[in-house]
Design a protein around this ligand. Structure first.
Ligand SMILES: [Zn+2]
Length: 203
């Protein structure tokens, strides 16, 4: 009978498998994390498990901007400190965090939850474009800032949105200076992002 000792127990294997599904976590990192959790105190692992469950239970998407929120609408959409004449369009909720961190932008947001990518089968109907157009129709928005990523999908999405929004008589701008092609917004540093949003240009 062939005995195989290359795997551990079923439950440890399962944990490694699940961790391996997380973005940026390869098999080796998954293994390291699994063994770290095995050694951690009951209290620590319980807190981690409960935190993961509670974030899923407590958060939802804002029905206006589709950012992650615990209140409806979200704090930014509800704030009277924000400039309601501007909507900045981003791909992911993390991008809102990155832009807020610069403290330069005071307008509203719209989170698309993805970008148009024919190669991955993501079309315009698969991201929150319809909802954006609905927002633009009923509001006093004078400027839309296209802050999608500067990679191929982000550029395609920006082009598509510009074609839809320009005819509505709304100024369309795009983040420009400082962001090199291929940059994902959430990884850009504050200075680069600040320059990008201040230097935005007519699209
Ligand atoms: Zn919102």
């Amino acid at each position: 009978m062939n005995e195989d000792f290359t795997s551990t127990t079923e439950s440890v294997d399962k944990l490694i498998q699940e961790l391996n599904k997380l973005p940026g976590i390869g098999p080796k990192s998954a293994q390291r994390l699994a063994y770290y959790l095995l050694r951690a105190s009951d209290e620590q692992t319980k807190l981690l498990a409960e935190t993961i469950l509670s974030v899923k239970q407590k958060t939802k998407l804002c029905s206006v901007c589709f950012n992650v929120t615990e209140s409806e609408p979200c704090l930014i959409c509800r704030s009277d400190q924000r400039d309601r004449s501007k909507i900045c369009i981003v791909e992911q909720p993390q991008d809102v965090l990155a832009l807020e961190h610069t403290k330069v932008y005071k307008g509203l947001y719209h989170v698309l939850h993805g970008a148009i990518s024919p190669t991955e089968g993501v079309g315009a109907d698969d991201i929150r474009i319809k909802e954006l157009l609905g927002r633009l129709k009923d509001s006093q928005v004078g400027e839309v800032i296209l802050a999608t990523n500067t990679n191929l999908e982000g550029e395609q999405t920006a082009l598509y949105l510009n074609k839809l929004i320009s005819p509505l008589g709304i100024r369309v701008t795009r983040l420009a200076h400082g962001l090199p092609f291929g940059t994902e917004l959430e990884y850009a540093d504050d200075v680069t992002l600040t320059r990008a949003i201040e230097g935005r240009q007519e699209f």
